[in-house]
Design a protein around this ligand. Sequence first.
Ligand code: PLP
Length: 390
Amino acid sequence: MILEDGRRILDGISSWWVNLHGHGNKKIAEAIKDQALKLEQVIFAGFTHEPAISLAEKVLFLLPDNQAKVFYSDDGSTSVEVALKIAIQYWENQRINKSRIIALESAYHGDTFGAMAVGARGIFTKPFQSRLFDVDFISTPGLNEGDKVISEFKRAISGNDTAAFIFEPLVQGAGGMLMHEPEILNEMIAMAQKQDILCIADEVMTGFGRTGKMFASDYLTSKPDFFCLSKGLTGGTLPLGITTCSDKVASQFPENNFEKTFYHGHSFTANPISCAAALASLEILTSKDCLTSIEQISRLHADFIKKNAFDFLCNLRHRGTILAMDAKTSDVPSYQNPIRKKIYDFFIERNILLRPLGNTIYILPPYIITEIELAGIYAAIREFENTLKQ
Ligand code: PLP
């Protein structure tokens, strides 16, 4: 990115985790232009179009085999709203009284009302607290003993009235890049599915290679019933959301049954230009070069952790292309922690965009980042550690 004064800024966080292939990617830009000249938008009710069909097929091909249907929306938050609404209606349509929702503490699923309700409650949600539906929150797996999390989960699902369990698989992003192992989530999903609870993987942030595999759920053997996708879906060029679900879920929404129809639609549902951008992005993402870059970033992050032991930067962790660490601070760790500004300013002065989450510094780069550029960010992190020592 180039600023007004000519400074080139290295986008170390993919502009809020959306960008996969760098800014101004030619292939995606051309796909957008070509599509804009063919069909820029059409009502997605009673009509369909080629980019939406191709994209649905491509996404289903990449997702686990149990995913069967694709529902388009506008962004990450709406992809979560759609999943929650379908999960609730799935039980309604069968006249089964299951309405509780389970989520994880420290979760972030978006800023619309349903998405806020299943996310951690705090300063961002405070004005709306009384209007958010009740949710059973389970201790964050990445911050707690596995046994504690599992026994809480067991208790929460024992009532037989839980409709759905929603989670960010393996990395809870906005909560502070909190990471947990696949085994614990796998166990939770298996337990939930045994009790006939629908499992919703919010892969809005973790999808499309971020965790080293195409989806974080590819690390799991128990496969979720829903996937929520956005951010990297279009390579980070245009807004688009996708919710997918299994045949089991779709079977409770029979065609031509007005009472059981899922009534949800946005004006720009499946916008053809966004779909064309997504198709172009996926073509780049699945190329050998891009998959090799993802592997290389993951390896370089692992090396960085192995070779560096810091006094003031702790909890070094990575999952695929996401590297995170926490700056020790005497203030209570939170999003508003004053060290946040210090970190941001330090890196931006060095032409690196790292936007910390409170005291958590993380790198979540576009896949075109070079080894030299990454080395530059690592060096700046080491320099930052030294300034904390002084
Ligand atoms: N879900 C997760 C896991 C996210 O990280 C985010 C955004 O950061 C969202 C949902 C909301 O996405 P959007 O900002 O596109 O509405």
